[in-house]
Design a protein around this ligand. Structure first.
Ligand code: PMP
Ligand code: GLN
Length: 382
């Protein structure tokens, strides 16, 4: 990570958010909401700080939050987790992924993901010494070819790492895909690590956790986070759910990564997880309207727009506008149109980056007037 000239590699999100600031452009690059989440959740954190909840919490997470996580899984998906032995609180989904991969993957083990993939996956598999094997998701639907998936999972596969709903494409995976993943994991003795941080950000069909597919529960490590659901991406409260022996192994790593995290934010996320169903429905319907608004704006501007069924993101093709290279397009976009977006190639391995060519990821988790203004600006590109 430290280059020969002493500079350090930076993530595409940091680079593009910095560009948005220096050019005063609308930031549809990094996925974070520009409005606060539910008042009850924010108030609970302020109250906790005022009430002295400011020292190290237990490493595994406070009991109130672990119970709220288990209750939420049971309420929405009928899944049973023992809050004392099968739930671990982490510093966001990012630490959950890091601790899980470092605990499970030995040098030389293969980890299979779809491609494009969330950038941290490639980096964390590398840090764990694993070998990253990818299965392509192709526009416009970004669904995997199940034969290709089957051919990519072998006895060398230690982990199949799934992200559903999917960042950066907005794809959601149907039950046939989830069942195939579980069958392959069983056949080859692999673990399934599933990143479901966008579980409540789905626009067409309800969420099916892969842990609920028959045969999955013993070998599945499920990961989620409060950041997206409660619009608190800066709080970094995530969690892992798995069988007790897996949680013990992951906790053994987590204790030396962050030890503990976010004392006053933990009771607040517990409050959020217990909010009425109407809250979770409103999160999805509000975001769906924003997806529709930005997708229509992009279409009017001349992009080919692909379906987004979940997450904060929609992928669009800039080629019809006369921009064959998305990296160049995204570098120029703040200057030409006052908008920042991310080239999809940022989510590919070096070997496959050219598959993304003219594809661009836009985030729509922004205020309606911001999305309208961005759409207007993009319409001026032609
Ligand atoms: N996984 C995916 C797919 C994401 O999009 C994000 C968002 N940054 C994360 C993990 C990280 O989540 P957290 O902020 O909770 O660490
Ligand atoms: N998940 C968000 C995205 O994909 C933020 C990622 C980050 O800043 N590391 O844009």
């Amino acid at each position: 990570l430290l280059a020969a000239d002493g500079s350090t590699a930076s993530t595409i999100f940091a680079e593009m958010s910095a560009l948005a600031l220096t050019t005063n452009a609308i930031n549809l690059g990094q996925g974070f909401p520009d409005e606060d989440g539910p008042r009850e959740v924010l108030d609970a954190a302020s109250e906790a700080i005022k009430n002295g909840v400011n020292q190290y919490p237990p490493g595994i997470g406070i009991p109130q939050l672990r119970h709220a996580i288990a209750d939420h899984q049971h309420h929405f998906y009928g899944l049973e987790y023992d809050p004392d032995r099968e739930v671990l609180v982490t510093a966001g989904a990012t630490e959950a992924l890091a601790a899980t991969l470092l605990a499970l993957v030995e040098p030389g083990d293969e980890v299979v993901t779809f491609e494009p993939f969330y950038d941290a996956y490639g980096a964390l598999i590398g840090l764990a010494g694993g070998t990253h094997v990818t299965v392509p998701l192709k526009a416009p639907e970004f669904t995997p070819d199940l034969d290709q998936l089957t051919a990519s999972v072998t006895d060398k596969t230690k982990v199949i790492l799934v992200n559903n709903p999917h960042n950066p494409t907005g794809a959601t995976f149907d039950d046939a895909t989830l069942r195939t993943i579980v069958e392959l994991a069983e056949r080859h003795g692999a673990y399934i690590v599933t990143d479901e941080v966008y579980e409540h950000l789905r626009f067409e069909t309800p969420h099916t956790p892969i842990a609920s597919i028959p045969g999955a529960s013993d070998r599945t490590i499920s990961i989620s986070s409060g950041g997206k659901t409660f619009a608190t991406t800066g709080w970094k409260i995530g969690w892992v759910m798995a069988k007790p022996e897996l949680i013990t192994a992951i906790l053994a790593v987590k204790q030396f990564l962050t030890y503990v995290n976010g004392a006053p934010f933990q009771p607040a996320i517990a409050v959020g997880l217990g909010l009425p169903d109407a809250f979770f429905q409103t999160v999805a319907t509000t975001l769906k309207a924003k997806r529709d608004l930005l997708s229509a704006g992009l279409r009017t501007a001349g992009f080919d727009v692909f379906p987004s069924r979940g997450s904060y993101f929609v992928v669009a093709d800039a080629a019809p506008l006369g921009f064959p290279d998305a990296v160049e397009f995204c570098r120029e976009l703040p200057h030409r149109a006052g908008v920042v977006a991310i080239p999809l190639s940022a989510f590919y391995s070096d070997a496959n980056r050219d598959q993304a060519k003219s594809l661009v990821r836009f985030a729509f988790c922004k205020k309606v007037d911001v999305l309208e203004e961005a759409s207007g600006r993009l319409a001026g590109l032609r």
